[in-house]
Design a binder for this molecule. Structure first.
Ligand code: DTR
Length: 339
């Protein structure tokens, strides 16, 4: 056989074999999944993401590898859900309060119903999701849910009375925003990831959120005052692209399914403990002052929140949702989990 013909045959054989080898290599290797998150790596949504990744990789014996993308590097706060639906990321973590109308059922956990801490409220949220399987999640697989701890006011100047709140520019979203409005503050809406810049530029004079951010975003450097209200929580969901989920082997689906409720409780507990650490750190390093409002103000503030539940019910009924049952179930689950 002459050299040229020999070379041509070798090239043809290689062209046939290489793709076959490559194809089987792809299938023989681990299943790689991308997981997007919007806030920076040290914050609690990302801490829970890394914990979930570690557990899934361990429990599937390396069959699955999760590549995590914190800090909005793959998807941002507001396009998380649609980005996952479209397959820009396999998995995404989203704060439902940033799209209040879209997640009406699960956002009901942000009503002023006295959820006491993140451990209880995360489990209440998960039960609520399971009980109602809201349409908003039809296009994705929900992997877990969790919430923040109750919100308090962090501010550059002290808020010692209800009067001090009037007209104060404070950042909040969703249910928390409604609460600030009811108290007469000037609520400014934006995702948490936009808040550091807004505080620095003076667009807002504080924020209304769970207190772990004092440390994780170093907000205690700018906000030296905390006024305790222990009100609303923010609900989160971790969702997966439906086709990516459907393509997983049953064993992997089982590992992820079994982890859902456990992850929800783990994150709630982590959040509650981290709030305490964050408060201690802020007091020690930034001389943070924690303010309790006068009881008379607390009573008025409670009364001001009552119409929020009634208003939510009216709007939810207009959308065809069983509003009374949803609120009653939140109260029932709260008791069930010791709240
Ligand atoms: N409280 C919500 C959600 C939230 C609380 N802590 C963090 C940390 C990182 C991102 C979001 C959140 C909020 O104020 O946006």
């Amino acid at each position: 056989m002459n050299k040229k013909i020999g070379l041509s045959i070798a090239i043809i054989i290689a062209a046939l074999i290489v793709p076959v080898c490559f194809h089987s290599a792809v299938h023989a290797g681990p299943i790689k999944l991308s997981y997007a998150n919007f806030p920076p790596a040290p914050t609690f949504p990302c801490v829970q993401m890394e914990r979930w990744k570690t557990e899934v990789e361990k429990r599937t014996n390396g069959k699955v590898v999760i590549n995590t993308f914190p800090g909005g590097t793959l998807l941002g706060a507001k396009n998380m859900m649609d980005g996952v639906i479209m397959g820009q990321a396999d998995i995404g973590c989203l704060c439902m309060a940033y799209q209040p109308g879209r997640f009406s059922v699960t956002n009901a956990t942000s009503l002023p119903l006295g959820l006491p801490n993140a451990e209880v409220s995360s489990q209440v949220l998960w039960e609520l999701y399971k009980a109602y399987k809201p349409k908003a999640f039809d296009k994705v697989k929900v992997l877990t849910m969790f919430t923040t701890a109750p919100s308090n006011i962090m501010s550059k100047k002290p808020v010692r009375s209800l009067q001090d709140l009037k007209g104060l520019n404070l950042r909040a979203s969703g249910g928390a925003a409604q609460i600030l409005k009811a108290w007469g503050a000037n609520q400014v809406g934006m995702p948490m990831s936009a808040t550091p810049e807004a505080l620095q530029k003076g667009v807002v004079e504080g924020l209304f959120s769970s207190l772990e951010v004092l440390k994780d975003f170093k907000f205690a450097e700018m906000c030296r005052y905390v006024t305790m209200t222990d009100t609303v929580i923010y609900p989160f969901a971790v969702v997966m692209n439906k086709s990516a989920w459907n393509a997983l082997p049953d064993g992997v689906k089982k590992v992820m399914g079994d982890l859902a409720a456990e992850q929800c409780k783990w994150t709630g507990t982590y959040m509650d403990n981290h709030v305490n650490e964050s408060l201690a750190w802020s007091k020690k390093n930034h001389n943070l002052e924690v303010i309790q409002l006068p009881e008379s103000d607390q009573t008025v503030m409670k009364q001001q929140l009552a119409p929020l539940v009634t208003d939510w019910k009216t709007k939810a009924k207009e959308k065809g949702l069983p509003a009374d049952a949803i609120v009653n179930d939140i109260k029932k689950f709260k008791k069930q989990f010791g709240g």
